[in-house]
Ligand binder design. Sequence first.
Ligand code: BGC
Length: 762
Amino acid sequence: MITNIWKIIGVSFALTLVMSCSKPSENESSNSKTSAKVDSVLSLMTLEEKIGQLNQYSLGSEFTGPGNKKGQDSIRYQQLISGQVGSVLNLLGAENTRKMQELVVEKSRLGIPLLFAYDVIHGYQTMFPVPLAESSSWNLDLMQKTAQAAAAEAAASGLHWTFAPMIDVTVDARWGRVMEGAGEDPYLHSEIAKARINGFQGEDLAHNKTIAATAKHFAGYGYAESGKDYNSVNVNQYILHNHILPPFKAAAEAGVASFMNSFNDINAVPATANQYLLQDILREKWNYDGVVVSDWNSIGEIVNHAVSPDLKDAAKKAIIAGSEIDMEGSAYVQFLAQLVKDGEIEESLINAAVRNVLELKFKLGLFDDPFKYSDIEREKEIVGNNQHHDLAEEIAKESIVLLKNDNDLLPLKNIKNVAVIGPLAKDKDTPLGNWRAQAIENSAVSLYEGLENVLPKSIMLKYAEGVKLSVGPNNFFQEQVINKEDRSGFQEAKQLAKNSDLVLMALGETAYMSGEGRSRADITLPGLQKELLKEIHAINPNIVLVLMNGRPLDLSWEDENIPAIVEAWHLGQRAGTAIAETLVGDNNPSGKLTMSFPRHVGQLPIYYNHKITGRPSTAPGQVFYVHHTDVENSPLYPFGYGLSYSDFEYGDIELSNNSLSKDESITASITVKNTSSRDGQEVVQLYIQDLVAEETPMVKSLKGFKKVKIKAGESVKVEFSITKEMLSYYISNGDLSLEKGAFNVFIGKDASVKSHKKIELE
Ligand code: BGC
């Protein structure tokens, strides 16, 4: 495919280019070749065309033809065909992307191909569990595979770039976007970030099944004050470097193609205008050389943050800081050229940013063939195929967390009739979760359908909705109205419960009760669900509570009163099958929480790796120590927690040595025995505590984990190598510090593990 750029560059160079675009030999000088090509293209561009590469719009398919466009649409259309738009988000499908690419390649002077971007968060059409749920699987291979499958579907629909993974460490369940991340721990988050990035990007971005990934939101977005989305972030350097930044550093090291700014200000500077984050850390400390994209109009929001009087000044601050692509802000396209002409910014700043954008286009192979991803046949074959649905089921099974199982109520046995009650029992939409890209509405397997398929026919299933969860619209763009009055279904549900051996209650949050803009101050079961649960419990306490939600909930009453609780999140396409197989025991649950569940919303933010404080005592009857007088300090369910139908017994920690000098490592091992009669899987977790440090240390930090299969009655020896890196932390200037002294090594089933051994760093 020869685009205008080739005609302009000249035939002989074009030929060299075409030839060298075919897979570079090894990793040799491919980078310098790409950079020579980028320079050649750059040298042909006018200032306005360069700025165009930094301009990104959200456009629909109506832009793919000339049509009759009015107002802003007509301006955008003109910009599109005159090389003043470099990337487009939200335009989808092989046909639409081909048409729009054709428009730009054929009509604009240089014909530089567009990048097509989209939020492919947990699947494109096939929905996998929401990321918080997936993270509970602790299965990095599977998470890499789901990202790979999502990339394959997206790429087959003409897309080049996803705005995922979200790698914001999150410690406050009130924040709705916790569903998009991997929870509260920086180490686990980093491992998952790498897996997802590798899954999306594969080995070669030019492959037609891979897409560029984005590390977002840089940085601190998960620390929004009081969990309110978009709110200010005020964190000290310790938290920034030890909790917030590690996943981003891991992403940069894994070669993530882009970073996205966050909306928030952080320590009084908007992230989009933040030179400390974007220059000092990202470019200088980490040597990151990919693209930085703003969040949706986050350049415009610099004005709202009141550090710029107008959009022109915001554009200046953002480009100087290093925000390179302006997503939907129109700030760059309006003001950058003038700022250069007035001498307020150097053109070299723009060149550097454009270079990164062009480089990404080269890496994706778009200069070789701008239409390579827009293939209608491949789209039909790949999008939503059966293998992807099978994969969705596989990871859904591993993402389920068994929170409580008194008297081995689960797996189900000796029952003749089951009452299935609750607004989410027959819901085929909620399991698809929020941020669902091109998921087909109501296409998930509901819990009820799953039960019908999986339960033996001898068991009689009966259903009552019991209560409506919300009234009115249920979608991404509208605030949901929760039902607080209508109890008309209670009676039928209670009657059903009375006449059944067992009650399965399916309660929780609909898909749009978590996600962007969905912060909640009360994180108990929303609406009248708890009231219904209590009334049913009074009639028949033999209840298995199946929860579908996108965030940790306050389940204190439920934990005290309900014998079995299954955390089934928003599990995606085959949610119902995965849950039903778990309830009957065909799947043995192995998920573990990646965010602490509080006893009360007042405990938030709550996270296991907090500081020890000057008053840590918990002796009974004391008054003057760190605590609430009305709720105990521990979470209801700690980070790393999850039960299994198997029982695992941990032996003693064995150490290959008690001390380690700076260039050695210690092997810590433990034997885990499955004492039950069921094969199972256990996530064995390694935590380290620094006993004395220059800066107040955390009580413990996760430093390793292994998910192991252990057959009934058998034992497995699990080994971890403790290296000096695991004993270091970031001091306030952002440098790593390795300090001599004593450390405790814990190995156990969750973050509440007590048994440990001491080691010494000499
Ligand atoms: C979100 C981003 C997302 C962008 C584009 C914003 O509102 O914060 O995470 O990538 O929209 O859809």
